[in-house]
Ligand binder design. Structure first.
Ligand code: SAM
Ligand code: SF4
Ligand code: SF4
Length: 337
């Protein structure tokens, strides 16, 4: 039987999420509530960002430690100018097998083809409702579903693999579970429901707002028949299901009701170059300064290895209503999801 305490010491570093900006053109209530992320909010100055060369060097270091997957995120990553140039550089790194992007899709009509040509393989598009009113309310900027659906089409037409992420909140968009599932099932696009998480300290998270994996799967089974699929690889975060009689998949990321810390292989880097070994970390290591002062890239690689090997994070295994309230955590838009 798995021993979660022992397992946390043997998780390899495989997967890195890099935030390229903390700014966003949306104000999703569960991530960047408009009342807090208003005109006076102190976003990072652009001079604080890691340069593309620095990101390239860091990913090179991590590839030497066994990292195979890179996901670019934010804030909204497509707000970072010339992102395709970064992707081109990352694509050349030995050992990197998979480059993905998480986006709200608004700028995909403009950039999808360029991103694909640069070496991007996959995009995850965040979309929390198919109903106009629910969607407009949730994105905090009254944006219609139309440009997002256009962005999804642009990504599909450019040959990118597309998945949709929907954060589910009780009483906010749980009535969208079936309409979203029907819409994307018909188009053979994988939809992944994400349990609402207590990332940061500003989104008013309560355990009672979480719609659990069990509830979601039971709803799916009432309408369609779904059956579980085997884990595709060690550390896969989504529980995957197939709609009976089809090749369409659907998934649930159950970070709250059924956590997966014992196989978590993911590190994160913020736009200003801090290294985090957990989404719920309270502090990050200033890798940017360390790298700028280091005498060689080997020194940076060694430091990352030391930081990773002493990692004991298992926040989601230990989460309670109290830890969610009392622990000072970094914001989702800063650490990048
Ligand atoms: N702006 C891009 C987007 O929305 O796809 C990338 C950044 S966003 C922070 C990355 C992912 O985090 C999105 O899929 C978003 O839905 C998810 N997310 C944000 N806040 C969340 C929360 N409180 N609980 C669960 N997922 C959350
Ligand atoms: Fe922006 Fe993404 Fe956060 Fe929504 S989830 S506010 S699109 S960063
Ligand atoms: Fe990984 Fe931390 Fe999430 Fe657990 S809580 S799965 S250690 S990021």
């Amino acid at each position: 039987m798995a021993d979660p305490i022992r397992d946390v010491f043997s998780r390899p570093l495989k997967d890195i999420r890099i935030s390229v900006t903390d700014q966003c053109n949306f104000r999703c209530s569960y991530c960047m509530p408009a009342e807090i992320f208003g005109p006076d909010f102190a976003f990072l100055p652009k001079e604080a960002y890691l340069s593309f060369d620095e990101i390239h060097q860091l990913v090179g270091s991590m590839a030497e430690l066994g990292v195979e997957k890179v996901r670019l995120t934010g804030g909204e990553p497509l707000l970072r100018k010339d992102l395709h140039l970064l992707i081109e550089k990352l694509y050349e790194i030995d050992g990197i097998k998979d480059i993905a992007l998480t986006t709200n899709a608004m700028m995909l009509p403009k950039y999808a083809e360029k991103l694909k040509a640069a070496g991007l393989q996959r995009v995850n598009v965040s979309m929390d409702a198919i109903d106009e009113d629910v969607f407009k309310k949730m994105n905090g900027r009254s944006v219609s579903t139309k440009p997002v659906l256009k962005g999804i089409d642009a990504a599909v037409n450019a040959g990118l693999e597309v998945k949709i992420n929907m954060v589910v909140q009780k009483g906010v968009n749980d009535d969208q579970i079936i309409p979203m599932a029907s819409y994307f099932k018909e188009r053979n696009i994988t939809l992944r429901f994400i349990e609402f998480m207590d990332v940061g300290s500003t989104n008013g998270w309560k355990l009672s707002s979480v719609v659990t994996k069990k509830e979601i799967v039971s709803l799916l089974n009432e309408k369609f028949e779904v059956y579980p699929l085997e884990e595709a690889y060690y550390g896969e975060v989504a529980s995957r299901y197939r709609y009976a009689g089809t090749s369409s998949e659907v998934g649930v990321i159950s970070s709250v009701s059924d956590s997966f810390c014992s196989t978590c292989t993911r590190a994160r880097i913020s736009a200003d170059g801090r290294f985090y070994t957990c989404l719920f970390a309270t502090e990050g290591f200033d890798l940017k300064t360390f790298m700028r002062n280091a005498s060689s890239l080997e020194e940076v690689t060694k430091e990352i290895s030391i930081l990773w090997n002493k990692r004991k994070d298992r926040y989601s295994d230990e989460r309670t209503e109290e830890t969610a309230k009392n622990r000072k955590k970094i914001e989702m838009s800063y650490i990048g999801g």
